[in-house]
Design a protein around this ligand. Structure first.
Ligand code: KG4
Ligand code: ZN
Length: 337
């Protein structure tokens, strides 16, 4: 079995995965959302201290598995350095105490492998990764051959939901709150421009849309104050345009990928915290119908950060014999593939 640890942002999680059966045996997770919500975003110092506390509690839960462990896996990149360090230090201590090898896991590979916690692995795969830290289109041949097609050059998809929620004073994380309010809003009231609508370039950008929302909020405040219905309408209009940008850029990519036989070469999947958004799923189901591809997602508990996905990715590394040196292992804020 592998014990995996995830502390890259504001969720503390530990999981135990059976290597041979690829079976998740235990997944504990403690989210810190309530602590960060009053600040409208994650406060790294606070997150780090909360991880320290939660890791101790979770160690008690995974203790019964200690005798059966073959390795300790931990997220080492990308993420907040001071929270990653909490997980890494805990993992190193366990490696020393239990005389086990260390496996360093890339958090983004973890999100990709969240697809295979409950289902059989399927590759090659085109993956749209939408989280708080990233918006990426990836071509995944196998565990070690991952090509980044495009990434966002400013804010990420999830981050833009967080920032809109903050501007509207709705709390953190913004994604689920904005999605919920949007269901009661008029998505046609405001006409925000779809980012890079007239550009053939396949790239993501969300800061322009965020600024347009800010201007609209200021205008409403000056006119007659920001009312509850205004917030709902803003959420609905923002969400519609944010998703339209995603589908537009993916559509351009699919059109490029379509060969002479007009068939997409690989299976398509959406992963990351924001893949829990039902409007995103609906929009891509529709795109799938147009392009004739079927789609995969992780089940909802495995969309947002968790150690089960880190454990699943770690199994691949265990099989490849990719272990890290305890002395050299460190964390990185950028992704290392
Ligand atoms: O993958 P994740 O848990 O953490 C990172 O790796 O960043 O993703 C968290 C992000 C947050 O920005 C959150 O607002 C967003 O995912 N998110 C959503 C939804 N649920 C979570 N964004 C849009 N709609 C949602 N339903
Ligand atoms: Zn994540």
């Amino acid at each position: 079995m592998i014990l995996s640890i995830e502390t890259s942002c504001d969720d503390t999680s530990m999981a135990v995965t059976d290597i041979k059966k690829l079976k998740l045996l235990l997944n504990c997770k403690k989210t810190q959302e309530a602590f960060h919500s009053p600040h409208g975003g994650v406060v790294p110092e606070l997150a780090s201290r909360l991880h320290l506390d939660a890791l101790c509690q979770q160690l008690e839960m995974v203790k019964p598995f200690f005798v059966q462990l073959k390795a300790i896996a931990v997220t080492t990149n990308p993420g907040l350095s001071i929270t990653l360090l909490e997980g890494l230090n805990c993992a190193k201590a366990l490696c020393v105490a239990l005389k086990l090898p260390l496996i360093e896991v890339n958090h983004l590979k973890g999100h990709i492998y969240s697809l295979f916690i409950e289902k059989k692995a399927r590759m090659p795969l085109t993956v749209l990764l939408i989280s708080g830290g990233h918006t990426m289109l990836l071509e995944v041949q196998n565990f070690t051959d991952i090509h980044i097609v495009v990434t966002s050059y400013d804010d990420s998809f999830g981050e833009s939901f967080d920032k809109v929620a903050k501007m509207l004073g709705l709390g953190y994380p913004g994604g689920p709150i904005v999605e919920r309010l949007a269901t009661h809003g008029d998505k046609n009231r405001f006409n925000f421009p779809v980012p890079l609508q007239n550009s053939g370039k396949i790239e993501f950008s969300y800061s322009g849309l965020k600024s347009a929302i800010r201007v609209q909020i200021e205008t409403l405040k000056k006119q007659s104050g920001l009312k509850e219905q205004d917030k709902k309408d803003l959420c609905a209009c923002f969400q519609k345009v944010a998703i339209r940008h995603l589908t537009l850029k993916c559509k351009q990519y699919f059109n490029k990928q379509l060969g002479a036989n007009k068939v997409l070469k690989s299976h398509f999947a959406i992963v990351g915290g924001a893949s829990a958004n039902m409007k995103v799923r609906e929009a891509f189901e529709k795109l799938g119908e147009d392009f004739g591809f079927s789609m995969s997602y992780a089940s909802l508990p495995f969309c947002s950060d968790n150690a089960a996905m880190i454990g699943r990715a770690a199994v691949e590394q265990f099989r490849l014999g990719k272990f890290a040196s305890l002395h050299k292992s460190t964390v990185a804020t950028k992704a290392i593939f």
